[in-house]
Design a protein around this ligand. Sequence first.
Ligand code: ATP
Ligand code: MG
Length: 588
Amino acid sequence: MKNRFDSFHSYTNSYKIKMRYSQSLIPTLKETPAEAEVVSHRLLLRAGFIRKLSAGVYSYLPLGLAAVRKVEQIVREEMNRAGAQELLMPMVQPADLWRETGRYEKYGPELLRFRDRHDRESCLGPTHEEVITDLARREIRSYRDLPKNLYQIQTKFRDEIRPRFGLMRGREFIMKDAYSFDVDDTQAGVAYQRMYEAYQRIFSRCGLEFRAVDADTGTIGGNFSHEFMVLADTGEDTLVICSSCDYASNIEKAAIAASDADESPLLELEKVETPGKRKVAAVCDFMEIKPSELVKTLVFLADGNPVAVLVRGDREVQAVKLKNLLGAVEVEMADDKQVYEATGVPTGYLGPVNIKIKLLVDQEVAGMKNFVIGANEKNYHLKNVNMGRDFEPSAVADLRQITRDDPCPICGAGLGLKEGIEVGHIFKLGTGYSQAMEAFFQDSDGQEKPMVMGCYGIGVSRIVAAAIEQNHDDNGMIFPMPLAPMQVILLNLGISDEHITATAESLYQELLNKGVEILLDDRDERPGSKFKDADLLGIPLRITVGKRLTKDGVVELRQRRDGTTEELTPEQVSARVLDLIAAKMISE
Ligand code: ATP
Ligand code: MG
């Protein structure tokens, strides 16, 4: 079926790239840059794709930009196909717009704020809900103007607390962000589903191994969201995946079902001397108990305010669950000094009985009886402590991190954990922004109603890094064909040999004419270093024109991923190359 958005395709001409190595800026490095901790960062620097300007801020050199453009092209095609329209919004945004939603105060230090020459407060856009909602309230009046889905591909700035891993977590980075506006929840659900499917197509077409998971909604707010995760060991996120049903969630969000409460009778509270025993393991050894019979009291600073959280001795607090419960912008673990300042108790001996700060209890602890916990006194713990009798919490909630030993919250089967890189995030926003900013429309019944919104992000520059994390070997990157900055690298190994050079040049022209994206290595370099650079750059197909041409009339065609090599006459090359490219381009 022809859809009415087909016409958008025509202006997105595909981005064809050709280069002569001798004239290009491809500053490859032999040494591994010391500052790079993950493989994509190392290889992007070594292959001359990016250069750092300042922390988390990079220039994209020609090959790096070519890879970014490949991602953008796929994203554009699929967004257009899904009925979204491209626009471009300003990067510099007035603070007053952000005040309307309360986010100027709430967003925290990631929002870079400054004043212009007229002393007007401004910020650099980390995301564009405010700007797009402002546009919508001015331009969209009636249900007849809806639905709308608008997107842009643009540089974002977030003053990240820990910029690292090169393009993976920059302060300046390229994002695709889309925003949908609908008349009601049902229609907004349709828009969300359409974006979910577009995202599936985008990441499949990029040639990435990925998974969509249930996600936390963070500062953006709203009540429904999925993250798209590229599976890779270096991922900063952990995914929880059910071995049986299709449940998959970010660990930050994975809910834990309440377990049965222990019904044992309450024993008498005892104070036990535990000299120098501060750590869970030391206390357990000393008292001959298991970590699951002890409860830890951990102190966090939520936007600077101390709060104590009780979890079982062998569990971890999930900071995002805590942050959401408290409605805080930033939550961090307090250090020893901060714990002492807040409670008057040295770390290791803290407990809930007569504690001086706000006390939250993980639901699992609420079901425990007669546990061991700090006595709020140096060198002492309490035994047979019970909630309700010995202390009262401010709240009980699901605050701990799920483990691989917990049952699936949906079907009860076993869980697996995997590392992932978040490359996309979609949210149902509801009417939070449209209500705060009065983005109303007149419905068919004549009533004024707030537009129902959704927002949809893709980390365009992060995808390039994620693709490399998933596709590399000891010699360099191995680009999936759809994201490769070019499809073919052609090595001329006989610069001063007329026949070799003439053949290489004519193959270059022929392939260019057939629409192949190609890098001709016409440098006066030794074969060894040309081979090394070709491997490092990760270009999927390599053609070598060298001595075998003079001797046997053949050139070599090699696939970067598995090293498959074929010998072909120059006449056979272009047909074979086109076949291989077609086979490796993923169209849904
Ligand atoms: P993260 O949890 O990694 O900080 P986020 O939830 O803040 O991501 P969103 O606000 O949903 O991210 O932004 C949309 C997309 O932009 C993300 O899915 C991610 O791919 C990308 N992105 C976010 N922050 C960065 C960054 N600092 N550098 C590169 N890409 C980023
Ligand atoms: Mg973030």
